[in-house]
Write a protein that binds this ligand. Structure first.
Ligand code: COA
Length: 833
C-alpha cells in the first residue's frame, strides 16, 4: 500500500467510524459508530470537512480554498438528494463523491478543476471505484456491505450510518421510482455530472468551522443599547424640542423597575421558547397586516435578460424549459437539499439560513379583512397532483406536470402550452379577468373573495390556483419600445388591465412572466422571502435554460396527453362590480407610479473596493447625499440588512441617515470655500465608517428596529396600554421610511425593483456590478415633493462628485487596514480577529 494512501485511510474519523474494533454480522465489515448529526446541514458540513481533511493530509498539507469546499458540499447535497429520491436503489447504483486527481495541480493549469458526482457500477469494490474513476477520495453515503479498502489508485473510506431513517425521514422521502424525475442524474456509468459553476454566493471563502450550520437563534439586544441607539439615530433628524421630549419619554421607559424592563423580561422568556422570537411579529408588521394592494406597493419585480423570440414557438419553448428547470429545482427543495449559502462582505463565511428558499414554491398569501395569512405547505413529500397555473389572455389554465406517474418532459410541456394558447384564443369560452381582484387592496379582495367562493365552480378554481407550484404568465406583446423602464413597468403591474394587468394572480409567490416579444421577468409576493433568495433561484433557472438549450436532445412525447384544464368562473353582478372597482384602482396605481431605471456607468464595486471602502456603505452614503441634494434634509431611511445568519432570520433595518452622513452631505452641498477637499474626504470616511458600524450591528442581530417592534408587540400581547414611547410623534415618524433602500445584486444583466413604501417616499433598489451600478428608483406621481427623475439626476451628480473626491484625496486607499473588534472599523472595514 502506498504510504500516502495508508496515511489517508488511517485518519481518525471520530464521529464516523471506529476502525477495526467490532465486526458487523455476516459480511465481516467494520462496524461504524453512530454519528450525532444535529440536522442534515451539519451532516453535510461534517462530511465535507472530513473529505477535505483527507485530501489535505493526502496532499501533504496543502490546503484548499473555500470555493472548493463549497463545491464538495454542493456535491454531497446532490448525493443526498439523489439518494433521497430513491435513485441508488432504483438502478442499483450508488452515488459517490469523487475528487479528481488533478486537484493537486494549480488551478491555472487545470481549467476543469471541479469535483464531480459519479455513478459507478454496482458492487462497489473500492479498487474498482478508485481505479476506474482515478479518484483519491470517495465518499459513500448510503449504507452498504463493502469494507473500506485501499485500491491501487486511491483510498475509499466508508461513511456509513451517517443518518438513520427514524431521525432523518426527509432523506428517505418516498418517491415514485420514475427515472425521469432525475433527468440530470439518471446518466450512464461513464457519464459524470458536472457540478454547476460557482454562483455569486459560491465564490466566498468560508472559514471551516465544525457545526457552523447549526445556526444560532436570533439574539435579543440589551434594552439600554437599543434605547441609546434609538436616540442617537434620530437626534439630528428632529427639532431640538422634539428631541428633548423624546429623550424624557425614553428615560421614563428605561427607568429601573419600569415598563421597559418588564417588557424586556417577557421578551427574554419568549426568546427561550422560540427559534426566532421576532419572526411572527415581523412578518405581520412588514407584510401581512399591510392593507395596501400588492402590485407596486409590495411585490417586487425582476426583469430578466431580454430573450430573442422569433415567434410564439420560441416563447413557448423557453417557457417549457423554464418549467422543467423549476421542477428540477423543486426536487432539490422537496429533499431540503439545497447547498447552504454563505455570507459575503462583512460576515464572510458565515452559513446562512435557507428557509426562505424552501418557501418559494410552496406558499400562498391568502387575503384577510384584518390581516392576510401566509399559507406554507410544510410537507416535503410530493403531493399527489402537481400543477402549474398558466395565465394567458387573462384566463387561467391548469397544467399538470406529472401525468400517469411520469413527469412531463420539455416536449410534452411545449405541446401542452401550445394547447393552452389555442384554448385562450377561443373568445366564446372566455371568463372575466378575475385575476384583477388580486390586485385590489387586501381587505377589499378578502371581501370579494367571500363572494367568489359562494359558488362551487369558483371554489374549485381558486383551490387549483392556491395549491399550484407557481404561475406562468404568457403575456401579449407590450407594443412599446423595450427600454429598461418599459420592461420594468410591464413586469411591475402589467401596464394596465387592458394590456397584461389582469394576466396575473398576485397572491401566488412566484409569477414568471414570458412575453411574446421576448420580455421576461418575475413578479413575486414578498412575504415568504427576500429578493436575494429569489434572485439566486432565478439565476439558477436562467443558467439551466442556457445550458439545456445547448445540450438537451429533445425527447419525443410518449403518449397522448389530456388537454390542460381551463379554470371556470361564475361571476354574478356583484363580482363584476368588484372587478370594475379593482380595474379602476389598478389603473390609478399604474398612472401614479413614477419609476426610473438609471444605469450609473464608470463607477462600480471595483473602484470602490480599490478605495478600500465597502461598496454598500459607499452607495448608501451616496444615496444620502442624493436625497440631501434634492430635498435639503435627511430622512429616516430603511436599508434591508439580512439576518440570515440566525435561524429563520429575515432582515432588520440599517438606519443609514447617520449624523456623519448628514455632515458629509452638508459639506458637499454647501458651497463654502472653507471646507477643503481633504476635509470632505475625512467626512466621507466618517460617514462610511458610521454606516459600516450600523451594518455590522444589524447583520449580527443587534439593530434596534426589530427589538423596538418586539417591545411594542409584547406590550400588546400583555394587553397593556401602549407605552408612550410607541405612540408619540417621533416614534411614528421614525417608522415612516421616506427613503426605503435595498441592495439586490445580480450576476446577469437583470435587475430587481419595487415601489415606495410611503406616499411621499422613494423606493431605491440598487444592483452594484464591477464597473457600473443599476439604480431602480420609484416614487408616486401624485406627491409633489418627489420625482424619480430628479432623484436619478442627483444620484448621477453625487456619485460623480464622490468618485472625483476619492481620486483626488483618498490617501487612505494606499494604506492597509487596521481594526479592533466587532463594532470598530477603520478605513471602512470591520476587522476580523
Ligand atoms: N475594502 C475593500 N473591499 C471591501 C471593503 C473594504 N473596506 N469592505 C467590503 N469590501 C468587499 C467585501 O469583502 C465584499 O467582497 P466580495 O464582493 O468579494 O464578497 C464586497 O466588498 C461587498 O461588501 P459590502 O459592500 O461591505 O457589502 P455586503 O456584501 O456586506 O452587503 C448588506 C451589505 C447590508 C447589503 C448585506 O449584508 C445584506 O444584508 N444584504 C441583504 C440585503 C437584502 O436583503 N436585500 C433584499 C431585500 S428584498
Amino acid at each position: 500500500m502506498e504510504n500516502r494512501t495508508r496515511e489517508l485511510f488511517s485518519l481518525p474519523i471520530p464521529f464516523i467510524r471506529t476502525p477495526g474494533k467490532q465486526r458487523n454480522g455476516g459480511n465481516g465489515q467494520n462496524k461504524t459508530t453512530k454519528a450525532m448529526w444535529g440536522n442534515v446541514d451539519s451532516f453535510i458540513h461534517a462530511a465535507a470537512e472530513w473529505v477535505l481533511e483527507c485530501i489535505v493530509r493526502y496532499d501533504g498539507g496543502k490546503s484548499f480554498d473555500g470555493g472548493f469546499q463549497r463545491e464538495i458540499k454542493n456535491n454531497i447535497s446532490k448525493i443526498i438528494w439523489a439518494d433521497s429520491r430513491g435513485f441508488s436503489s432504483t438502478i442499483n447504483r450508488f452515488p459517490a463523491l469523487c475528487v479528481p486527481r488533478k486537484h493537486n495541480l494549480p488551478k491555472s493549469e487545470c481549467p476543469s478543476y471541479e469535483p464531480y458526482l459519479a455513478t459507478p457500477t454496482a458492487q462497489p469494490q473500492t479498487t474498482l471505484l478508485a481505479s476506474v474513476l482515478k479518484v483519491d477520495v470517495a465518499l459513500r453515503l448510503s449504507g452498504g456491505c463493502d469494507a473500506g479498502r485501499i485500491g491501487k489508485e486511491g483510498g475509499f473510506c466508508r461513511f456509513k450510518e451517517e443518518y438513520n431513517r427514524a431521525r432523518y425521514p426527509e432523506l428517505f422521502t418516498p418517491v415514485r421510482r420514475v427515472s425521469v424525475i432525475l433527468p440530470m442524474l439518471t446518466c450512464g456509468r461513464d457519464e459524470t455530472m458536472i457540478v454547476p459553476r460557482k454562483s455569486n454566493q459560491d465564490s466566498v471563502r468560508p472559514k471551516a468551522r465544525r457545526n457552523s450550520y447549526v445556526l444560532p437563534t436570533y439574539p435579543l439586544p440589551p434594552l439600554q443599547d437599543t434605547l441609546d441607539t434609538y436616540l442617537n439615530c434620530l437626534k439630528h433628524l428632529v427639532t431640538e424640542d422634539q428631541y428633548k421630549t423624546t429623550k424624557a419619554i425614553v428615560e421614563n421607559f428605561a427607568a429601573c423597575g419600569g415598563i421597559g424592563e418588564l417588557l424586556q423580561e417577557h421578551l427574554a422568556k419568549r426568546k427561550e421558547n422560540k427559534v426566532n422570537w421576532v419572526y411572527d411579529w415581523w412578518l405581520d408588521n412588514m407584510y401581512l397586516c399591510n392593507p395596501l394592494a400588492l402590485p407596486v406597493n409590495s411585490s417586487p419585480g425582476m426583469v430578466f435578460p431580454r430573450q430573442n423570440f422569433q415567434d410564439e414557438g420560441d416563447q413557448l419553448r423557453f417557457s417549457a424549459r423554464l418549467i422543467c428547470g423549476i421542477l428540477d429545482y423543486k426536487v432539490v427543495l422537496d429533499a431540503r437539499a439545497l447547498p447552504v449559502d454563505f455570507a459575503r462582505g462583512q460576515l464572510t463565511g458565515r452559513a446562512l439560513c435557507m428557509e426562505q428558499y424552501y418557501r418559494l414554491f410552496s406558499s400562498y398569501r391568502l387575503p384577510g379583512q384584518q390581516k392576510d395569512t401566509l399559507v406554507t405547505q410544510k410537507s416535503n413529500v410530493m403531493p399527489e397532483v402537481e400543477h402549474v397555473i398558466v395565465a394567458c389572455r387573462n384566463q387561467f389554465f391548469v397544467l399538470e406536470v406529472v401525468i400517469n406517474f411520469r413527469r412531463l418532459n420539455e416536449t410534452d410541456l411545449f405541446t401542452q402550452l401550445r394547447k393552452i394558447v389555442k384554448m385562450a384564443e377561443n373568445e366564446e369560452e372566455r371568463s372575466p379577468p378575475i385575476g384583477l381582484l388580486t390586485s385590489d387592496d387586501r381587505p377589499k379582495w378578502a371581501e370579494a373573495r367571500t363572494v367568489v367562493v359562494r359558488d362551487s365552480t369558483n371554489r374549485d378554481s381558486l383551490d387549483a390556483i392556491e395549491r399550484c407550484i407557481f404561475l406562468l404568465c404568457l403575456d401579449e406583446p407590450s407594443d412599446v419600445e423595450q427600454t429598461d423602464l418599459n420592461m420594468a413597468l410591464q413586469i411591475m403591474h402589467g401596464a394596465g388591465w387592458h394590456k397584461n394587468g389582469a394576466n396575473r394572480w398576485y397572491d401566488k409567490t412566484m409569477q414568471f412572466i414570458v412575453g411574446k416579444d421576448g420580455l421576461c421577468g418575475l413578479v413575486y409576493e414578498h412575504s415568504p422571502a427576500e429578493g436575494i433568495a429569489v434572485v439566486q433561484c432565478v439565476e439558477h433557472l436562467l443558467c439551466y435554460i442556457k445550458e439545456t438549450s445547448r445540450k438537451l436532445v429533445r425527447a419525443d412525447s410518449h403518449c397522448e396527453l389530456p388537454s390542460p384544464r381551463r379554470l371556470r368562473w361564475k361571476c354574478d353582478p356583484e363580482i363584476h362590480r368588484y372587478l370594475t372597482s379593482a380595474a379602476g384602482k389598478l389603473q390609478r396605481l399604474i398612472e401614479n407610479t413614477d419609476l426610473n431605471i438609471y444605469r450609473l456607468k464608470g463607477l462600480g464595486k471595483d473602484f470602490i473596493k480599490r478605495q478600500k471602502m465597502s461598496p454598500d456603505a459607499f452607495i448608501q452614503v451616496g444615496l444620502q447625499l442624493s436625497f440631501y441634494r434634492c430635498h435639503g434634509r435627511l430622512v429616516h431611511t430603511y436599508e434591508s440588512a439580512s439576518v440570515r445568519c440566525f435561524q429563520d432570520g429575515r432582515v432588520d433595518n440599517i438606519r443609514s441617515a447617520t449624523k456623519e452622513a448628514l455632515d458629509f452631505a452638508k459639506a458637499m452641498i454647501d458651497r463654502r470655500a472653507s471646507i477643503t477637499d481633504s476635509k470632505k474626504m475625512e467626512l466621507l470616511w466618517a460617514a462610511i465608517n458610521a454606516q459600516i458600524n450600523y451594518t455590522v450591528r444589524a447583520i449580527t442581530g443587534m439593530a434596534i428596529d426589530n427589538h423596538l417592534l418586539g417591545l411594542r408587540e409584547m406590550a400588546k400581547e400583555l394587553q397593556m396600554d401602549l407605552p408612550k414611547l410607541f405612540t408619540e410623534k417621533t416614534y411614528l415618524m421614525s417608522n415612516n421610511f421616506i427613503l426605503s433602500t435595498s441592495q439586490v445584486p445580480t450576476t446577469m444583466d437583470g435587475f430587481l425593483f419595487y415601489g415606495p413604501v410611503v406616499p411621499d417616499g422613494y423606493g431605491v433598489a440598487y444592483n452594484p456590478h464591477l464597473d457600473h451600478i443599476i439604480f431602480c428608483i420609484s416614487s408616486f406621481n401624485n406627491c409633489k415633493k418627489t420625482s424619480s427623475t430628479m432623484f436619478a439626476k442627483a444620484v448621477e451628480k453625487s456619485f460623480k462628485e464622490m468618485k472625483d473626491l476619492c481620486v483626488k484625496c483618498n490617501t487612505k486607499a494606499k494604506q492597509c487596514f487596521l481594526g479592533n473588534g466587532t463594532h470598530n472599523v477603520q478605513n471602512g472595514r470591520r476587522s476580523h480577529q
